[in-house]
Ligand binder design. Structure first.
Ligand code: SF4
Length: 281
């Protein structure tokens, strides 16, 4: 890999995942790009953020990967849809960054979270970085929509401590409308994790008029409870923090006028999960 592609042109750290970042990897040669994805020698990252307390247990470093094949209507990071928008970072450089935080992460009962975008679009890089983290004694979590769960081998799963699994909605048609994709691979991945007793935190975005139907929530709660490995359900109220990105990118944002759900609606949804014996907040 040419050295010029191993050194990021901009700081890895971003102020937040809501910082718009585009075309950071556009100069990366096509042939190298494909071999990087295949080998995991290089990852394409939106950014690293540090000190997160909302992306897994404890205090965490989050590597935000670029690339996602879904098109969720409420996505707050559409600048991560394109892998080329990510900054090329070698696995060695990512490990170096992680090593500088490893001690603190362990002291603060935290770890590394790979989020995105969709991390499993870059499953080789993700697996290698989780392996490196584990060798440092750092807890590993992967936030995913699960669609490419079958690309992760059982050996790779051994280096992942927790999966933050996005369950967007229930029902094939509704799921297709919301994400543009089929829900079956996600549900199959959830079952595979359950069979391996690998802990899941379900992440469910509550969007008025889109996912807040009690029957929809009841179906998800029933599925999650039956798995037996769901430690927690995070009900994430829809927000408009990513709206400006849709505008900047010239994308057609359909949720322009949707308000965040009220505290009562959020509590009602949490209550539905709790009623199935799940921890929900
Ligand atoms: S899966 Fe996540 S990153 Fe991909 S479109 Fe949906 S919300 Fe955005």
């Amino acid at each position: 890999m040419p050295e010029s592609h191993a050194v990021p042109a901009v700081a890895l750290e971003a102020r937040s995942p809501f910082e718009l970042r585009v075309n950071l990897g556009q100069d990366f040669p096509e042939a190298s790009f494909r071999s990087a994805l295949a080998s995991g020698d290089v990852g394409f990252l939106h950014s690293f953020t540090t000190g997160s307390t909302v992306d897994g247990p404890g205090v965490r470093v989050v590597a935000w990967t670029a690339g996602c094949m879904w098109r969720c209507l409420y996505c707050h990071n559409p600048d991560t849809w394109t892998t080329r928008n990510g900054m090329p970072v070698t696995i060695e450089r990512a490990a170096e960054v992680l090593r500088s935080y490893a001690h603190g992460l362990k002291v603060m009962s935290g770890g590394l979270t790979l989020s995105g975008g969709e991390p499993l679009m870059q499953h080789r890089f993700v697996s290698r970085l989780c392996t490196v983290a584990r060798k440092m004694g750092v807890h590993t979590a992967v936030e995913t929509n699960g669609y490419f769960g079958d690309k992760i081998t059982d050996a790779d799963l051994n280096n992942i401590d927790l999966v933050l699994l996005g369950i967007k909605t229930w029902g094939s048609e509704r799921h297709l409308h919301l994400t543009g994709m089929d829900s079956a691979p996600t549900l199959a991945f959830a079952q595979r994790l359950a069979d391996r007793k690998l802990p899941i935190w379900v992440r469910f975005v509550l969007v008025p008029g889109l996912t807040d139907d009690p029957e929809n929530i009841a179906q998800i709660a029933h599925f999650a409870a039956r798995l037996g490995n769901v430690e927690r359900v995070e009900v994430l109220p829809f927000h408009q923090m990513g709206r400006y990105k849709w505008k900047e990118l010239g994308l057609d944002y359909k949720l322009q006028d949707v308000e965040p759900p009220s505290a009562e609606v959020v509590e009602r949804a949490c209550g539905q999960f709790r009623a199935m014996g799940l921890r929900a907040d």
